[in-house]
Write a protein that binds this ligand. Structure first.
Ligand SMILES: [Zn+2]
Length: 238
């Protein structure tokens, strides 16, 4: 057994319901990778005391975190070893602003690893259809903010109930049509600045067609990610 060396940062972005969570998990399972979810890592940091509790809101927050808190999370997680990096870190739905991309790039430079942006994309009606179809289980995922996000499996005999606990499944809070439309709009509004920042830093930005089956999307994303990685160790024949 050799220790795994961090080899790449992958920023996985895309409009809501484009499948970021599934693709991030798929990529990480194929290489020795870890999914970085800002909200989760920040919550863990507050629980474990290495991240200051939220300060009064200033209006500059994204996902409830000020730019300073985002920097603190990234710094602690990826430079102070609060986060188990593995060979690849896939940043799920991050960055959401050009400033966040700057921070991520700075970290990549400090860690000496390449950074690539993969952007999932598909037609808007597909996104809306997926958002309306996906359900979460508040019982199996008791979220402290009342905002469970893990896709839940429906029972065979009743699509409205959870396959695990039999409780009623619900729409994700942020998938209600009004909020979803707002999230979609804000994605397209913020994207040009992030795209522009990536190109000014020479950070590769690769589109991934996310309209097909999730395994095909993961395959396509993995092909692109390979550009940054050393070949995977293969078993010796015979
Ligand atoms: Zn359940």
């Amino acid at each position: 057994m050799t220790a795994t060396t961090l080899a790449a940062f992958i920023a996985l972005v895309g409009p809501p319901a484009s499948g970021k969570r599934t693709v991030a998990a798929g990529l990480c399972s194929r290489r020795h990778g870890q999914v970085f979810q800002l909200r989760e890592v920040a919550r863990r940091g507050r629980r474990d005391g290495w991240l200051a509790p939220p300060s009064p809101l200033t209006g500059r927050e994204v996902d409830g975190l000020s730019p300073e808190s985002v920097d603190a999370v990234l710094h602690e997680a990826l430079l102070q070893g609060r986060f188990p990096a593995g060979e690849v870190v896939v940043f799920e739905g991050f960055p959401t602003t050009a400033d966040q991309l700057h921070s991520l790039r700075r970290l990549a430079v400090l860690r000496g690893v390449p950074l690539m942006v993969l952007e999932l994309g598909t037609a808007e009606d597909v996104l809306v259809g997926r958002a309306l179809a996906r359900r979460v289980c508040p019982t199996c995922e008791p979220d402290p903010d009342g905002d469970p996000r893990q896709p839940a499996q429906a029972a065979h005999d009743n699509p409205n109930r959870c396959a695990v606990c039999r409780q009623i499944l619900v729409l994700r809070r942020c998938d209600n049509p009004t909020r979803f439309a707002r999230r979609l709009q804000s994605y397209w509004q913020d994207r040009p600045q992030i795209r522009q920042a990536a190109s000014s830093f020479g950070i590769p930005w690769r589109p991934v067609d996310a309209s097909g089956q999730s395994s095909d999307v993961v395959n396509a994303a993995q092909q692109l990610m390979q550009e940054l990685l050393p070949p995977a160790a293969v078993a010796m024949p015979g």
